[in-house]
Design a protein around this ligand. Structure first.
Ligand SMILES: *[C@@H]1O[C@H](CO)[C@@H](O)[C@H](O)[C@H]1NC(C)=O
Ligand SMILES: *[C@@H]1O[C@H](CO)[C@@H](O)[C@H](O)[C@H]1NC(C)=O
Length: 318
């Protein structure tokens, strides 16, 4: 018995070590220094999402577009200066990334609550993404924290690393692989499109030219997305854009994916089975989504003495 107990203890220690070896982050990072920080973020996010439900998708997308460009370091939040080529002006973000005022408001309120600027902008993005999902009926998870903020940004990196809505499955798989994310992460995280809207120019080709699309669905979408003009007109990414559910996957199975890159996940390829599985099992989707969000949130994080804790999320402290 004693040796079995010792064995179990060893296993626990190894697991605990493995968890810290792969991530310097901890969900309890701010617990001593500012226990009221997380409830403060939740309060601001809830207010913003109840004011405009689309904001949930926007905040979730900010975290994604931050992490895919040189890691989760809040580089996306930096405005242009003589030395910063803002990622806000990249193809994927220009005239579409939004929610920056909500992040600013969170930063002000959290710093006030903490009495000093201890909470990083990169961590605010990670927590705001989780709280947005929760506010719209999705799963909750512990967000590992302790990221620090970058002192640089890269528009060119954003242009090359953020996946485009026109990608096929092999390109999507390759794009995620470069971030250390596998096919399961790709499908689970694409499920974030259970929330939010896309602009007409991102799906025009799909609704006019593609064949793996339901006729009635294409016809409906063409009504608000003409062949010319109307580039910025919005359409929902799934049939319930303000509810975190499995409609996105059900839509894909029905060939009612809005973006080319959405339908690519269910088009006779290696991810079909998982799309089908998620469409039939909300719990499996929620569990995998949470797991992949944590994995994405770990991409190339700055910790220890690296980077800085910004005062204003839009500006580097010099
Ligand atoms: C569809 O395909 C045709 C022929 O390749 C092309 O001319 C057109 O620009 C494409 N897009 C739309 C929205 O029709
Ligand atoms: C609309 O989008 C298309 C495709 O991105 C682009 O070629 C065109 O110039 C845009 N039109 C306007 C008026 O911005």
């Amino acid at each position: 018995m004693a040796s079995r107990g010792a064995f179990q203890l060893n296993v626990l220690l190894i697991l605990a070590f493995a968890a810290t070896a792969f991530s310097a982050l901890s969900p309890y990072y701010y617990e001593q220094v500012c226990p009221e920080a997380l409830p403060t973020i939740k309060r601001v996010v809830e207010a913003a999402v109840y004011n405009e439900r689309r904001m949930g998708a926007s905040l979730l997308r900010l975290h994604f577009h931050d992490c895919f460009v040189n890691g989760c370091d809040a580089s996306l939040l930096l405005d242009s200066t003589s030395t910063i080529d803002s990622e806000k002006n990249s193809r994927a973000n220009q005239n579409s990334a939004r929610g920056f005022e909500v992040i600013d408001q969170i930063k002000i309120e959290v710093d006030k609550m903490c009495g000093r600027p201890v909470f990083s902008c990169a961590d605010i993005l990670a927590v705001a993404a989780r709280d947005s999902v929760v506010a719209l009926g999705g799963p909750s998870w512990m967000v590992p924290l302790g990221r620090r903020d970058s002192t640089t940004a890269s528009r060119t990196q954003a242009d090359s690393d953020i996946p485009s809505p026109f990608m096929d499955l092999p390109a999507l798989i390759e794009n995620f692989k470069r971030q250390g994310l596998d096919e399961r992460d790709l499908v689970a995280l694409s499920g974030g499109h259970t929330l939010g809207f896309a602009q007409c120019f991102t799906f025009r080709d799909r609704i006019y030219n593609e064949t793996n699309i339901d006729d009635d669905f294409a016809e409906e979408r063409r009504k608000t997305c003409p062949r010319t003009d109307g580039n910025t007109t919005l359409a929902p990414l799934d049939s319930s854009p303000a509810r975190f559910d499995t409609a996105y996957f059900n839509n894909l199975v029905e060939e009612e994916g809005l973006l080319h890159s959405d339908q690519a996940l269910f088009n006779g390829g290696s991810t079909d089975e998982l799309v089908k599985a998620y469409s039939e099992n909300a719990r499996a989707f929620s569990a995998d989504f949470a797991k992949s969000m944590v994995k994405m949130g770990n991409i190339k994080v700055l910790t220890g003495e690296a980077g800085q804790i910004r005062l204003n999320c839009r500006k580097v402290i010099n």
